[in-house]
Design a protein around this ligand. Sequence first.
Ligand code: TYM
Length: 383
Amino acid sequence: MSDSEVLPVTSVLPPPIEMAGPRRILSGMQPTSDSLHLGNYIGAARQWVELQQNFEALFFVADLHALTVNPDPALLRERTRRTAAQYLAAGIDPSKSILFVQSQVPQHAELGWLLQCQTGFGEASRMTQFKDKSARLAAGEAAGGGPTVGLFAYPMLMAADILLYDSAYVPVGEDQRQHLELTRDIAERLNARFGAGTAVVPKPYIQKETAKIQDLQNPAAKMSKSSSGGRGVVWLLEPPKAAIKAIKAAVTDADPDYRVFYDPETKPGISNLLSIFSAVTGLPIADIAAEYDGRGYGYLKVDLAQAVSSFLIPFQERANMYLSDPVQLDAILADGAARAAAIAEPVLERIYDRFGLLRPNYGRLNVPAPGLATLDGGAGIVG
Ligand code: TYM
């Protein structure tokens, strides 16, 4: 084909929709445990609640991501509702934010495929979460067998979650930074290959002091859903007594003078307790540090345990209220999915079109009119 025969790069669609501007945010969590933990709340959900006041916000339960570790179906369904109920208990307001379940908006999986085709194998292989998780699975810790292709493709699905809404900011904890950098790289690649305005390049929104809540038993490691010991994790839905016990047993830093100040390098244990204290009470870290400096660390731990328990009790009441009415909860999520899809669909159409995928004239998600379904009106194409 000569140059003159190359089809013009025209589109049946209008030019890219106006970008949403810097005011749209999106984030999500995986429903991979019966309860979220304090790290999820402090590192992410707490920020979400504040941000929803000033941004157009979308928060979702990342159930498709949870499939990468092959969960039991009944458990996945239950944990999806539990995760959504905890978002609501944390203060996500469905009249302000769009709250939904990822699998109820099919555009996520669709865009995920396109982005897999735009990501290098080597690039995806460098994701540290993939390397850690696949090593753990390979070591036989999971009931469902070794690492899946889905686990490898996970970061491209996450990029799709973000780009699908032209998101400007993504509020997450520090452990998600590498995935966000990959998302930014993919977005820039799309703009270079398919033209400016194909994707909005999102920015991470990671707050310094709360980005990484550490395991109470091992302040060198992050508090994590997969922490095997369990004693270093505060679960939001566990009986407050257990949280009190975990905090009182927290590992602190050896210091004969019981100095209390915020410095994660030299005082990882104490800095972690200060971050938690500040997050659950709203008091500034400096004030808490001044209050407990030089006194035994036991005082700090006893008061923190009390503060966490006072936070957990009403949180759990709210979560249980939502969980006691699954019909209503499912209705909130269905409404959120419809609102999310209304934003996602034109963005996906724009990207499909930019990629050169031929768009159907009857509308992508509509069932075609009878007679259009097959070339011969339904009898099947005879070869
Ligand atoms: P997930 O489910 O592992 O964690 C949910 C959120 O909690 C944050 N977090 C922490 N923050 C501080 N300290 C900790 N110890 C701690 N542990 C977890 C995480 O950084 C995260 O913000 N891949 C994501 C889910 C996801 C997503 C997305 C997020 C899928 N698609 C699109 C944002 C945008 C994940 O596994 O998070």
